[in-house]
Design a protein around this ligand. Structure first.
Ligand code: C2E
Ligand code: CA
Ligand code: CA
Length: 688
């Protein structure tokens, strides 16, 4: 403790000085101490003033009279830490009667530093309050380093305690004293955990030092301390002792904890993330194995989440995810582990002795929770999900395999119309294997030219004469034979191969148009365009190049697009369509009736041909009435209507009665290879 000579401002006004009678009483009470040659004084801790002092003490304090010293307000420039320490001493005196402490003080009477060893002990004032009896002893000439180190020990925030071999505290610096719950606290009490204390003792014994990070309870609350202990000898008794220093690392620890939490949780929803789930999975599986329980991995994928993001924006998408995460959290009943696995994907790990029953119940809870009405960005939404389940141990015993199989089951749920749960079974793996195999082979197929374009005639209803042909691609698979487009076009689209394939088909078709024209059959050749191709910024450039290279008359080429392609950004789509028309190409709207069937907005697009989907031609009367409407509107809009999928004479009669101009279908001819069609043309020459 460093106490400087009081400044004039620190003196109490004269009227705060004790009355003369009071002072006389005090002098009489402490008369026996007056004659000691060392400075002795009584300090009133509550009043923060000197209660009494002998003459040598007056000199130390640089006070002219006892009255003046007793009138000084010692609390005035006392630091918070000194005040706190005095309060600790006071409570220690109350708790442990004959305790005393030694501290080295530096006082500045008359501005000259004087070092004193001060011994404090508890002393009851006549009114019963605990005060402090202070006895000073000059320390002689102390080297400045030593003085400074003593000061440092008193003021440092590092908590330093010297413990005896049996764990009793022999000395605590003020910082250490401030964090103990009771002055009698031993080292083993401080560490709490017996195993940790044993480890510390072992390390001290073997290496002489030990360190430990521990959570401690202090009067200021729970804190994290880093404790280093070192074996030493007590300077007074020479006996074995342990010097312990502790630093408060709570701030670091909390930052670390926060970082730890963030690394294991999804930022948006606060749910455990992949890393967390993987850790928990390992533990849960160990438990499941030990208790021979079954386990299941349930993968939940929201249906149509992309639409929310695309139409209402990402902020709305996030809002939806947060709300749904909350609901999913409440579906947990016990030990299920729930995590956010991907953008709109959640994963649940369930362990149970009755896994099927528990899964069914959980599925029910999740469906109900998700189905409750919800409004996002002011738009009411109805949410469903597709779920896939893989069971442990029958469907796999590692997270990778279970996850893959749950994923396959989830995809099957999507394919079965969404909003359902599918259990994994071996056939799903077979389908997936085939799909992967197919994808691998598709890449090679383009290089190896395994594709071939077939052509299907389009015929004039009235004259039964060939008007055009549609190019339809086939894959001559080395093992499987002829593969139809439904088997590989979707894969080409998702793999990004469709652009290349589509252009190849267009080139083949354009060359074929020229070749037939040279033989006297100047047919219109129509080619299907995939939505992916349509979205490509290179589309116009690529098409122009192909047509020019083939030397074809663009007016004899037609592009078939679907309604969905017209739903994109209006101006862009319109621009592309206009440029394609400007090249001389005609456009056909394919599969009409299966989409939005909004004829009115079609007026804005340069469309020449309307191909009515085969379901309207082949299906029930109810559908046919919509077909009739389409036909009459297309007549109004001066579009060439084409009936697709005409297989029977009855269907053709109906088509003819409705005034549909052309048809395409097995009734007339199936799609066929070039040579077969050429032979067909030669045997059925189109009438002009
Ligand atoms: P699409 O454009 O609607 O082609 C007509 C489909 O109907 C063809 O199937 C054709 O063989 C079939 N079809 C024709 N007449 C009849 C009939 O009387 N009854 C029945 N049940 N079906 C008939 P295909 O060749 O299997 O092609 C299927 C789809 O694959 C096509 O439907 C088209 O969307 C797509 N596709 C074919 N070739 C290409 C291509 O080169 N590029 C792109 N992007 N898609 C293609
Ligand atoms: Ca088509
Ligand atoms: Ca079609």
């Amino acid at each position: 403790m460093s106490v400087s000579a009081p400044t004039p401002a620190a003196r109490l006004p004269v009227d705060r000085q004790p009355a003369a009678t009071e002072l006389a009483e005090r002098a009489a009470r402490y008369a026996a101490l007056e004659w000691l040659s060392r400075p002795v004084w009584v300090f009133d801790i509550d009043g923060q003033c000197v209660h009494w002092a002998n003459t040598p003490a007056l000199a130390v304090w640089n006070a002219s009279t006892l009255a003046e010293l007793c009138g000084r307000d010692m609390g005035h420039d006392m630091s918070e830490s000194v005040a706190q320490r005095l309060a600790q001493y006071q409570s220690d005196f109350v708790l442990r009667g004959n305790t005393s402490f030694n501290e080295q003080w530096t006082l500045y009477p008359g501005g000259v530093p004087v070092s004193l060893n001060v011994r404090f002990s508890g002393h009851r004032l006549p009114d019963g309050r605990m005060s402090m009896l202070c006895e000073g002893e000059p320390v002689g000439v102390v080297p400045p380093e030593s003085l400074r180190s003593v000061e440092a020990l008193l003021h440092t925030a590092v908590m330093i305690t010297l413990y005896s071999q049996s764990g009793e505290a022999l000395y605590r610096n003020p910082a250490a004293r401030a964090v103990v719950l009771s002055p009698g606290e031993r080292l083993q009490d401080r560490i709490g955990n017996p195993a940790a204390f044993a480890a510390l003792s072992r390390s001290l014994e073997q290496q002489g030092v030990a360190t430990l990070t521990l959570a401690v309870r202090t009067p200021q609350g729970d804190r994290w301390h880093e404790l280093s202990a070192r074996r030493c000898n007590d300077a007074i008794t020479g006996q074995d002792a342990v010097l312990v220093s502790e630093a408060d690392i709570s701030a670091i620890k909390h930052t670390e904890e926060r970082a730890n939490f963030q690394s294991l949780h999804d930022v948006l929803t606060g749910l455990p993330n992949r890393a967390h789930f993987t850790q928990r999975f390992a533990r849960a599986m160990e438990e499941a194995r030990a208790q021979s329980m079954e386990a299941a991995l349930l993968l939940i994928n929201l249906d149509h989440f992309k639409d929310v993001n695309d139409t209402l924006g990402h902020a709305a998408g996030d809002e939806l995810l947060v709300a749904l995460s909350q609901r999913l959290r409440h579906t947990r009943h016990g030990t299920e582990v729930l995590a956010r696995w991907g953008s709109d994907e959640f994963l649940v790990l369930l362990t149970s002795p009755r896994i099927r029953a528990d899964l069914d119940a959980l599925h029910e809870r999740i469906s109900v929770a998700l189905a409750a009405p919800l409004s996002v960005a002011g738009t009411p939404l109805c949410v469903t999900s597709s779920m896939g389940v893989a069971l442990y141990p029958q469907d796999g015993d590692t997270i990778e395999i279970l996850l893959r199989n749950a994923g396959l089951a989830m995809h099957a749920a999507k394919e079965r119309g969404r909003n359902t749960l599918v259990y994994f079974d071996g056939s799903l793996a077979e389908i997936a294997r085939n799909r992967t195999e197919l994808e691998k082979e598709l890449r090679q197929a383009l290089e190896r030219e395994e594709f071939e374009v077939y052509y299907q005639p389009r015929v004039d209803v009235a004259t039964n004469t060939l008007r055009a042909v549609e190019a339809l691609v086939r894959w001559n698979h080395p093992r499987l034979g002829v593969v139809l487009p439904a088997q590989f076009i979707p894969a080409c689209e998702s793999m990004g191969l469709i652009g290349q394939l589509g252009l190849w088909v267009l080139a083949q078709a354009a060359h074929q148009q020229v070749a037939w024209a040279a033989q006297g059959f100047d047919l219109v050749v129509s080619v299907n365009l995939s939505p992916r191709q349509f979205a490509s910024p290179d589309l116009l450039h690529d098409i122009t190049g192909v047509l020019r290279q083939a030397g074809v008359n663009p007016a004899r080429m037609e592009l078939e697009i679907t309604e969905s392609m017209l739903l994109g950004e209006d101006q862009h789509v319109l621009g592309v369509m206009r440029e394609l028309s400007a090249l001389g190409l005609t456009m056909a709207l394919d599969d009409f009736g299966t989409g939005y069937s909004n004829l009115a907005y079609l007026q804005r697009f340069p469309i020449h041909t309307l191909k009515i989907d085969k379901t309207f031609i082949q299906d029930t009367d109810a559908n046919r009435s919509l077909a009739e409407l389409i036909v009459s509107l297309s007549t109004l809009m001066k579009l060439t209507a084409v009936a697709e999928g005409v297989e029977t004479q009855e269907q053709l009669d109906w088509v003819a009665k409705r005034g549909i101009a052309q048809y395409q279908g097995y009734l007339y001819a199936r799609p066929m290879p070039v040579q077969a069609l050429t032979d067909w043309l030669l045997s059925h020459p189109p009438k002009p």
